[in-house]
Each structure stands twice: as C-alpha cells, then as structure tokens.
Write a protein that binds this ligand. Structure first.
Ligand code: SF4
Length: 684
C-alpha cells in the first residue's frame, strides 16, 4: 500500500524545496517536487530526484561500529547501540573528570538536516560546557559577517520579486546548479526580454544560459564592483538622494577609494576589457529594477570581506535597494526572526573555549590546557571538505583522541573514528525547516522508518544528554513539540504566525513586509563606512586592491585554484547514489587548452596538482570554459574516487579578512602529469 508524504528537502541548498515522497512500507519509491508549493513549482533538482537511492544505498552504515584497525584504515566490527553508548559515556565522563569539559569538542554542521537535527547536538555540547564550535567558517561566515556589517542582521531581496526586475546580474553563483528554482524564474524573465548578465571566472551552465558572460579573474570582484561605481559616478548615474538618506560614508568612499579605480586600472586587475566594464556599468545604471544575485565563492579569498561588502553596496549606488524588483539576494534568513536559542543554547556556561570550524586540524594538534581528548562529528566530513586536510587527518590520527562519528555512510572522516554510529537521512526523521534562499518555512514529518539501526541526530543527542545528566526540557521533547519554541520570543512576521499551522506539513511564506531593503546596522543605514571595522583596524570602507600574500604566491605559482560545486556531486552527501556518482564522472581538473599545451598534457591524462602544501591526483579535462591561469576543480569527492588525495591538500587554513572563513580560492599551484602511485589512502 503506497502513500504520499509531504516533506522538505534538507540538503544544504537555498531553495528548501517542498517534496512529495511516495512510500511503500519502509521503502521510498519516488521523490518529486510538490506542484502545490509555489517556489518549488513541481520539480526537485537532478540530485534529489535520486535521493531514494541515497536513503536505500548499500553504502549506508547499518549498525554501530568499533574500530579494529589503525585510525584511517576503515577497519571496524559491528557492536550494539548499548555497547557503543556505554563506551562513549564512560570515556567522556573520565575525560571530563580528568581534564574538564573543554577537552570535548562537538563538531556538528548542516548536511542533510533541518533546524532541530542540525542544532540539537551542538545544543547538547553547549549545555555540557565543552569547547564550542564556531560553525560555518568552512562555508559562509564571511558572507554573513560582511553582509551584517554593511546592511545589518537582515535578510535580502525576496527571490519572488525577480518577477518585476528589468535587469538580472548573477555575480559568482552557478544558479543553474545550486539555486535551480531561482534559475527557472530567471529564464521566465529572460523570455520576457529581460537581460541576464553573469559575472564568473567559469563559463558554467548558468553562464551559458545568460545573455552575457564576463569571465572575471578569480578574486577580483571588489575591484570590478568599485570600478562600476567609478563609471556610475563619472556618468552621473548615481541616486544621490537615496545615498544621502540611506547610506553612511558615501562621500568619503567616492573621494578616497572610488576615484582610484578608473576602468583602465579595473581592467588590469579583473582581466576584463575596458569596453565591457563601461557597458556593464551603463546597463546597471540604466534601471533601478536590477536584481543582483550574489554568490558566496567570491568570499573564499583572503579579502573576501571586501568583495562581499563592495558588491553589496552596488544596489545602494543606483537606489535599487529602494524598489521592488531591485536590490540584492544573498541570504534571506536574517529577516526571519526565529528564536533558536532553546535548541542551540538550552543551558551551559556563558563562556567556553571556541574552535574555528575550518581549523580543526590546528585545534586537534596544538590546543592545550586542556588538549582536545574527545571529538564528536555529525553532518560533516572534515577529512575531505576542510582546508589543510593533512593537518585534519594528522589530528584525527592521534591515538589519544577518542573520536565518534555519526553519519549515514562510511565517510573519509568516519574511517578515523573509534566509534561510528549510523545516522538517519532527513527523510527518516521529522524536522523544522526555514529557507536561506527563500522566505518559506515548513515542518516535515518522518517519510520512512530509519534504515537499519540508524538514529536521528535528535534521538542521539537526547540519549547522550540523559546519560550525561542534562535535564533541559528540549532533551525530552519530540521535534513536533520543539519547533513551536522557535516562535516564542520570535520577531517580525514570524512572531505573528501560529506554529500549529505548520502541522499540516505545508510551506508558509514569511517574507518581510513593505517595499525596499531594510537596514539593521547601528546607524540604521547601509554602512559603506563601518565604525566596527575601523575599530578592528580593518579598512572601514570596501577596497579593491588584491591581498599582498596572493600577489606573492602568484609570482611563484602559474595557476590559481577555482573550486566549484559538482552538478551531480555538489559535495560528499550524495555519494550514496551510484547513479549520481556515474553522472558526475571522474574527479576532474579543468585547464585551458593553452595551459595544457604548455605542460604537454592531454584530456584524460592523470595529473598531479601541487604546491608547497601538498598534492592531489585528478583526471584532466581541457576546455576554454575557464581562462588561462586557472585550475578548475568541480565538486568534492571522497579520496577513494580520486587518483590520489583530495584537492584541499593544497589549501591553507588562512582565514578571510572578515568573518574568519576558509580561503580555498586563495590557493596557487601548478599541474604536471601524474607519475606517482594511484589511490594511496593517507593513513595507510
Ligand atoms: S534544488 Fe535544492 S532544495 Fe530543491 S530538491 Fe534540489 S537540493 Fe533540495
């Protein structure tokens, strides 16, 4: 007897699709987008259409496992849940007794989870008083902090308003791959005659669908944004009334920064012709109804904060922030005023030692008083996705470190664990969702029973809390009773919603009311000049000069790394689907034909990417989809699928200027023919 369940997609994706899941007993037969929900509009992406394969994958961890071989070897034996939990409880209590709770680190992030399963494990560690994770620095902390410093802690333009836009500029975001429901809206506008401009170093699927693609040099986005403003000022296309009323620092920025970036200089930095910079500025200055989709890749460089701030100021210069159909879209979540504290911080000391998410290796290898003695990892694969993965793997290899990994599949990280626990996917648990690229929220029920002996993050956090003596109410309630707490003390539109409305499992829209972008900075204006940055000794106004460390590295290494999401394997969370792995194909490095010819390399060659920090072996694709001087690596792949190692072997753990985020795109390297042994696992 089949039934159809309304669920929500939990993948780390801005669209937050509403799904219809067809289930027969404990098997999912089919997943499709809900045709009755307007943003999803009846389709899920190519990846999630195959999520039933991820749920029922033969790669799922079926029972708890205890390590029997060296760390990293992947040798384990099955044990019972009771045995696993007894061992965890005993080890953690002994470590806390000897070293204090800060010797534990909970390292939980976002993949496959909604707001409760994602955050309750971290809430558990918060209550326990362990070392605390500054989560998200592998991904978007620079985006968030730079946006907040410029516009305040508020959301961005509602993607639904794109229906009124007269120009669409996509800046550094492969929308067709990672925000496909927005792309559908963009295509509709394109058919109505609206021009779509794409600024991106890579001629990706989105660039191919745009009317005009500008292949900018990696890491030069701030210079281009400032150059556009230079032309707008020169040509009298700025909205001085809007700028005077709604911004802080405009006159000083014009005088001290904008004047220094005429098109000729911007062309030199960005690699774009002067004529294209002039044309782009003229297009942008011709309408206030310009919708700017800001991607996050531009922030994964040493001066990522400058890039985000400079690009985010643009709509203020033309007054586009003041009109419907204009403005910028980055992250919507800031305007949805939920109170997540009951799950994220149920109790615990006001202060505890903090660990930067992207610097796990350093934390495991260098922290003292106390050193990290126990590590719990969920919804995270740092042995692949973190920068400086040699340090991560060295840290995970410490014999005196007790590591527990909770994951649906045996990841490269789980291979280093002492105990591996089987986790549910999002379709095997209930959870509350709010979009970060839409203004929708939804409560999603269990679609199918947990596979094998899998436990959800919620069930595990609650059992660990019971064993460790935590008594907060949130560790006893089911998700259905937890999510209404997010509405207690909420602000804005959310505060007026009765959470019971979500129990019918339909999506509800909670976009901010009124026309125009709100600002939540201390001045109540868009802060081109940031007093907070000045106090930190950072440039108080966005600047466009490249970071000197990048200029030095560029003298030593001929290529710059550009990592992008894979279309079918955006990250390792989709590894359980054989179909998707096959569709993604071999783990690639893409070089421009001239760069390949210079090195005597041909398509299909196994190649070694290397720099001072390390090496990775991939398969070469030769294509002019990128410009000379760039090595493009799409997708994050498990080590067993590459020729050798992972691309993040080459990335340092240096942090961005704002938001302490990883800087994957500030990596310089060279490529040569692979001559070493293939597929050597790091710890074997
Ligand atoms: S587009 Fe995003 S939210 Fe929608 S089904 Fe795909 S991964 Fe999920």
């Amino acid at each position: 007897m089949t039934k159809t369940i309304r669920a929500t997609c939990a993948h780390d994706c801005p669209d937050m699709c509403s799904l219809l899941v067809e289930v027969d007993g404990d098997r999912i037969l089919k997943i499709q987008g809900d045709p009755e929900e307007p943003f999803t509009d009846g389709f899920a992406c190519a990846k999630v259409n195959r999520d039933h394969e991820v749920v029922h994958s033969p790669m799922r961890v079926k029972t708890p496992l205890r390590r029997t071989g060296p760390k990293g070897s992947g040798r384990f034996e099955p044990i019972t849940w009771d045995a696993a939990l007894d061992e965890i409880e005993t080890r953690w209590k002994a470590i806390i007794k000897q070293h204090g709770p800060e010797a534990l680190l909970g390292y939980c992030y976002s993949s496959h989870q909604g707001q409760i399963n994602r955050h309750l494990p971290n809430g558990f560690f918060h209550a326990l008083g362990t070392s605390r994770l500054i989560a998200g620095t592998v991904c978007d902390s620079c985006v968030d902090v730079a946006w907040d410093l410029t516009l305040g802690g508020v959301g961005c333009a509602d993607p639904d308003t794109i229906d009124e836009s007269e120009l669409i500029v996509i800046w550094g975001c492969d929308v067709k791959s990672v925000n496909v429901h927005l792309w559908q809206k963009i295509e509709r506008r394109q058919r109505a005659g609206v021009k779509v401009v794409m600024i991106d170093p890579h001629r990706n699927r989105t660039a191919q669908g745009a009317d005009w693609h500008l292949p900018i040099n990696v890491g030069t986005d701030a210079a281009l944004a400032i150059g556009i403003v230079h032309v707008l000022v020169r040509d009298g296309k700025t909205d001085e009334a809007y700028l005077a009323k709604h911004t802080l620092g405009w006159e000083q920025w014009k005088r001290e920064v904008i004047a220094k970036f005429p098109p000729a200089r911007v062309a030199e930095i960005t690699g774009l012709p002067v004529a294209d910079i002039e044309r782009l500025a003229a297009m942008y200055g011709a309408t206030k109804k310009s919708f700017l989709r800001i991607g996050w890749g531009m922030t994964r460089v040493l001066r990522g904060g400058q890039a985000m701030r400079a690009v985010a100021v643009l709509p203020a210069v033309t007054g586009a922030y003041g009109v419907r159909g204009g403005g910028a879209m980055s992250v919507t979540a800031g305007s949805m005023g939920f109170n997540f504290a009951p799950v994220r911080k149920p109790s615990g000391p006001a202060q505890a030692r903090q660990v930067n998410h992207s610097r796990l290796g350093e934390a495991l290898l260098t922290l003292k008083d106390p050193p990290i003695q126990a590590l719990f990892i969920a919804s995270n694969n740092p042995a692949v996705t973190n920068p400086d993965i040699q340090a991560v793997r060295k840290g995970l290899s410490r014999e005196d470190l007790f590591t527990v990994v909770h994951d649906p599949v045996m990841t490269d990280t789980a291979r280093y664990a002492d105990i591996v626990l089987p986790a549910t996917t999002y379709l095997e648990t209930s959870d509350f969702f709010r979009g970060y690229g839409t203004y929708y929220m939804q409560f999603s029920p269990v679609a199918v029973a947990p596979q094998g002996e899998a436990w959800s993050n919620v069930r595990l956090a609650q059992e660990l809390a019971r064993r460790m003596g935590l008594t907060d109410e949130v560790f006893r309630l089911p998700p259905e009773k937890i999510f209404p707490k997010f509405f207690e003390g909420a602000t804005g539109v959310v505060a007026r919603i009765d959470p019971k409305r979500l129990l019918d499992h339909r999506a509800i829209k909670v976009a901010p009311e009124g026309v125009g972008q709100a600002f939540g900075t201390p001045s109540g204006k868009l802060e081109i000049y940031s007093e907070a940055l000045a106090r930190q000794g950072l440039p108080p106004m966005p600047v466009g000069e490249p970071d000197p460390r990048e200029l030095e590295d560029a003298k030593r290494w001929p290529l710059r790394l550009l990592t992008t999401p894979g279309y079918f394997q955006a990250h390792t969370a989709y590894v359980g689907s054989e179909f998707l792995r096959k569709r993604e194909g071999e783990p690639l490095c893409v070089l421009h034909p001239n760069d390949a010819a210079k090195r005597g390399l041909h398509a299909g060659d196994k190649v070694r990417l290397f720099n001072d920090r390390g090496e990775a072996g991939l398969v070469l694709k030769v294509s002019d989809e990128i410009r000379e001087g760039v090595a493009l690596v799409p997708g994050q792949r498990p080590e067993a699928e590459t020729v050798h190692g992972g691309i993040n072997n080459l990335c340092s753990d240096a942090l961005t200027d704002i938001g302490a985020q990883a800087t994957y795109q500030s990596t310089f390297l060279d490529v040569e023919k692979w001559s070493g042994p293939a597929r050597v696992a790091a710890a074997e």
